[in-house]
Design a protein around this ligand. Sequence first.
Ligand SMILES: *Cc1c(COP(=O)(O)O)cnc(C)c1O
Length: 368
Amino acid sequence: MAAPRVEIDLDKIHHNAQELVTRLAKRGISVTGVTKATLGSIDYAHTLTHAGVGVLGDSRIESIKEMRLPRNGELGIRVPMTLLRSPMLSQIEQVVMYADMSCNTELEVIRSLSVEAQKQNHIQQVLLMVELGDLREGIMPDDLLDTVAQVLKLPNIKLKGIGTNLACRSGVSPDSANMAKLSELADLVEATFDLTLDVVSGGNSANIQWALDDPQTDIGRINDLRLGESVLLGCEALHREPISGLYADAITLVAEIIESKLKPTVAEGSIAQSAFGETQLSIDRGLIKQAILAVGVQDIDPDGLLAPDGISILGASSDHLIIESIKDELSVGDEVIFQLDYSALLRAMTSPFVSTVFLQHKASQMLH
Ligand SMILES: *Cc1c(COP(=O)(O)O)cnc(C)c1O
């Protein structure tokens, strides 16, 4: 099989998604399944919907379009899809055409959605994102009521709800204070304008501990979480703790050995910068079993790889990953399987040199 490749075990993904859907449902929270790390893979999307995920989200309209359109006799995805990133003004036409809803923070963009939705004779849904401290996207809480007042005047726009996103830029943790603030804002919008917000979206995989760890936690009005990493990697996103009962190895990176030799541990010659600026200092351990894998910084984040037992990662350059085998002799042509963190996964999925292979054992899940 082609190497390097990312292998995605869809049975494990199905299990992870179903577990999160079930556990969060007990807390009154539904899951928006986030497809962006798979670049909008239709196989991944189908697996999520079969596991009980009712809405899909992606940050790129190109990927939403890809999942929506039927291909090679296969049906496109029919569940509602949300564009998670505020639409570019230059893509409004496609947003109205392919996404049911978008996350929004700018009135100018929502006005443009309204104009386009009228043209396409269609009602476009909007989720207003509120800034609650992480300083990425969001309307400042004090401006929310004014913004809602303006949005409600716009033809062919339906205000579906409000949401927030934490932990992505500054690492701000979702907690009882900021989640209560979002609930309060939802109540305030409803009371002020005499309407119902269907969706109050509390965040992403960084919200898992807040939502699930303590059954006493007051979930308030939060009824949706947008989950990518927790389904893919089986961990929450604040401390990267594994989520009990979920697979952490649904996704692996397989790379192939192109050189295997006994080499010294200490470099020889006068030492300046390496390919990426850093200088390596190592302790002399004599000769070691060193091997090179045909994968590099172009394809993965070497710091985000977890090597199998008996192998350690020594370094990486653009196209080479250098490893040491503590136990076995490795041969040219052998494959080594790594686990990836989110950053390594993103880079692998976007590298044109890394292929993606979906593994599926339970045939029943293929029924669309
Ligand atoms: C990427 C993204 C998510 C999903 O984040 P995970 O940590 O992968 O669960 C949720 N919401 C928004 C706005 C995003 O951009």
